[in-house]
Design a protein around this ligand. Sequence first.
Ligand SMILES: *[C@@H]1O[C@H](CO)[C@@H](O)[C@H](O)[C@H]1NC(C)=O
Ligand SMILES: *[C@@H]1O[C@H](CO)[C@@H](O)[C@H](O)[C@H]1NC(C)=O
Ligand SMILES: *[C@@H]1O[C@H](CO)[C@@H](O)[C@H](O)[C@H]1NC(C)=O
Length: 629
Amino acid sequence: MLCMMLLASLALPALSSLPPATYTSSPYSSGSLPPPFTVTASDGTILTESSLSSFPLVFMNYNSTDPFSIQMFSDASVASFFSAANFPLQTTFLFSATNPSDLSSISAKLTAANTIGAKLLFAADLSTLSSSVLSSWTSPILTVAPFEGESFPRLDCYYGSCGWPSETQTSPLIDGKVGCDEAEYPEPPDSSTYVVVEPLDACTPTAAAQAAAAAGFSGVIVVQAPDAPLEIISSADDIDALDIVATMVPSETKEALLAAPNATLGYDVVPGFFGSLSAGGRLYEVGWEKLPVLSMLMWHAQWLEFKAQLDSSLAASDSISVPVFSADLMQEAASATLQLPVSESELRARGMGKMEVEFALTCGGPLDSDCSTWDHVVTLTADCSGGALGDEPGGAENELARWITSFRRGVGHFLTDATPLFKSVFAGADQDKPPTCTFKIQTEGEPWLATVNLRFTEGDGLPLQTLPVVYSNTAVKFDSDAYNENRTFAFAAPAGGGRAVLSALVTGHGGCEFLPSAHFWRFGNGAALFSTTDAAGGSFMNAGSPFGCADRTHEGAVPNEHGTWYYGRNGWCDGLDVARVSFEVGRSLAWGATNELAYHARSYDVGGGGESKGGCGGYILMSASLAFY
Ligand SMILES: *[C@@H]1O[C@H](CO)[C@@H](O)[C@H](O)[C@H]1NC(C)=O
Ligand SMILES: *[C@@H]1O[C@H](CO)[C@@H](O)[C@H](O)[C@H]1NC(C)=O
Ligand SMILES: *[C@@H]1O[C@H](CO)[C@@H](O)[C@H](O)[C@H]1NC(C)=O
């Protein structure tokens, strides 16, 4: 019950509903086949629906009057695109422009910056794709419209640094003049009033927005200097720096705004800017237009390359796959009781040495916009001995695997090692008898469709015994050193010696979500200290970093989600499986004797610096086990 209550805090508060879902039906969804198309690139390459079935293709139609597109091609954005670690070099990036005269400038800019051999193509005419896919996969252009006036494109503050407006909202306006000095602001007439400021060169747009926030306004419209391109207010480095809505508009809108009693922040719907084809030639949505950076295409391409690898591993024939759930509705939970089609002796006789869980998470409809908004833990437990089910969502003794839902995207697909738990599935005494198990998959609140297959392949070997690690202290709250008390587990190691694996699923939530943590285990007075920092430091120690999870799209983290998916988390990412942290511990055990395993955790400031602490104010979901081989 404690876990259930604490999990509710995993979802972030609803700051906004942007970016808007501009299409709610389309004949094309992620995974569907594309219509016939022919695109001739400027270098003569001809792309058709059947010409590219082994490498992904990501395409973009650039619109030089849309501030989001312009930002994507800023110098900083282009430089960071080409300097990404794990750049997806197999993917072709195809660019076109809604105004053909823009093509040569974006082509020159990208080609000059491409020192890494990225595959870039440019095409004057994307019409066979835009008349089909992109005409239904529409994009939003965010606008501001003074009362009874024409609307202008706007560029919102960096998402995550500030609040965003509702998809469409009308706010009274007041003139804040230059807006650089908090003391010179008028009193906000009421909480809905937005202030219009024009800092010119007196201060930066971000400084003006900060002054407007300090003066008590809930929203600020910053007018850019004449002829200057719109720029992002605040930045990725200022997480939560501004708690007001802040947006930027071009200089020529100022007069109309100040002449109007109010203005409507809304959006226009135009043909889509983005689309993609997987290595298997299937269409995929690129995700939500959240961060105006060219890297949004790169993250998506990394994910497509991950997906290509995953699909080819799954197609390998030397495996046994046992369907457990097949797009089953999981609202709170779903469960399935089945007898596995194979016995332990049969798996061993066939040389199987690995147990994995394949998991796909989809939504009630075919589009990302059909998906639930918030991020929650998903946990799979198996009860194969006829006993009671563990009822905690995450951290249960019999937890086979754990994932986190994405913010409103329906494409997560993972293959996660669960070999150390083999003997909790094949738990019966009779190794010739296939086990009967109740599998339960659980999440919080919102509905998702879960597909789960248990998969057996060749590998390093299946354990002979799986032993859950349990302590007398079962607290999950990690807010003081009390969490670390009474965390010694005594157990008998089998006689004979050999291989032993200590493995754990560990994730930090609530107040611990954005703070790094480390988890340590030691056997008796042994010299070896096994730590998450050594085994998977990046996953835990990058919590709270601006792009800690964007850096993991090449591992399968779903890109371009609807929320702040890109920030690093404590042992997890939105739209990703939780990798089991594993250690070979055979040499640290007294085989054939009683052993003691001690555990403790520490937490750190963002960046990992400073004194380590006994707590991050939230809670840790942990399930650990020992497997003997
Ligand atoms: C390009 O963006 C402008 C907004 O500045 C919009 O009015 C126009 O419809 C867009 N064109 C296309 C083809 O998307
Ligand atoms: C905007 O201003 C007009 C004109 O004063 C007024 O009629 C309208 O109600 C205002 N809208 C909102 C939502 O405040
Ligand atoms: C640890 O065990 C001691 C002795 O049984 C007990 O007094 C203490 O409250 C326990 N602490 C926690 C956090 O469980």
